[in-house]
Design a protein around this ligand. Sequence first.
Ligand code: HEC
Ligand code: HEC
Length: 217
Amino acid sequence: MKKRFCLALIIAGFAGFSAAAGNPQAGKEKAAACGGCHGEDGNNAAEIFAALKAPKLAGQLPEYIAKQIHDFKAGRRANEQMTPQAQAVAEADIADIAAYFGQQKPTPAEGRKDLAAQGEKLFYKGKGRPAVVAACVGCHGLKGVGRGDWNRTYSRAPVVLAPALGGQHAAYIAAQLKAYKDGARNNDPAKVMRDIAGRLDEQDIAAVSEYLATVVR
Ligand code: HEC
Ligand code: HEC
């Protein structure tokens, strides 16, 4: 009886894993349509970013890439460039594309040292009164590697599938924080990021964005 129960768990665990995990080799080809904006390996150069405003996808958590594509498809997140791209991606290809980008290594930028030092403090320590902000590291992980393990660690807290941020373009991070702050982006579960970004001032946003862009992970 006990043995059969264990076997069932192993099979269930494996089925869950294989359903979620894509094939990065197959994903590379399928990701060709994304390269023009996001960079072939998910590291678009600074000049391309300045023109197109598409984030790096290199090293992003595959589950997070999949969630965002689903959100764009369903209209929970909207962007003139990205919404039609997401609509064109076949459901069956999402996991493979996400696995491919997830395996690439992000290339950090130089960044401004003075601002980055302040941003590092905010990321690892948060902010005290009056506008209390939890340390970003708690959800986004050391060096901003992201956390996709919450549904395994806390089965009742799926609110935190927190994306990787280390090495991302500073202006992208700042733009997303501003969009959460003014509510233009509202696809964060339990308003987790709208709440946090609402307590950050312009200086905080500039500093933490500049810091994250420089992080090597
Ligand atoms: C025409 C340019 C363009 C193409 C092609 C494109 N994207 Fe995007 N993508 C964007 C832009 C711009 C954003 C930022 C949207 C925003 O600011 O909310 C974005 C955002 C995203 C995000 C959200 C990432 C994050 O960290 O928030 C994902 C995931 C994504 N794209 C995946 C893809 C995939 C996969 C493909 C290929 C199937 C693709 N994109 C093709 C322009 C593009
Ligand atoms: C309680 C957990 C939690 C904390 C603390 C937290 N975040 Fe987040 N963050 C999230 C989640 C979850 C998302 C993804 C929302 C979604 O699904 O679209 C997110 C998304 C983001 C994004 C969007 C990135 C992208 O590529 O789409 C940025 C930028 C961000 N967080 C920055 C920060 C910063 C800076 C701090 C600290 C000041 C912080 N976060 C603190 C949970 C958290």
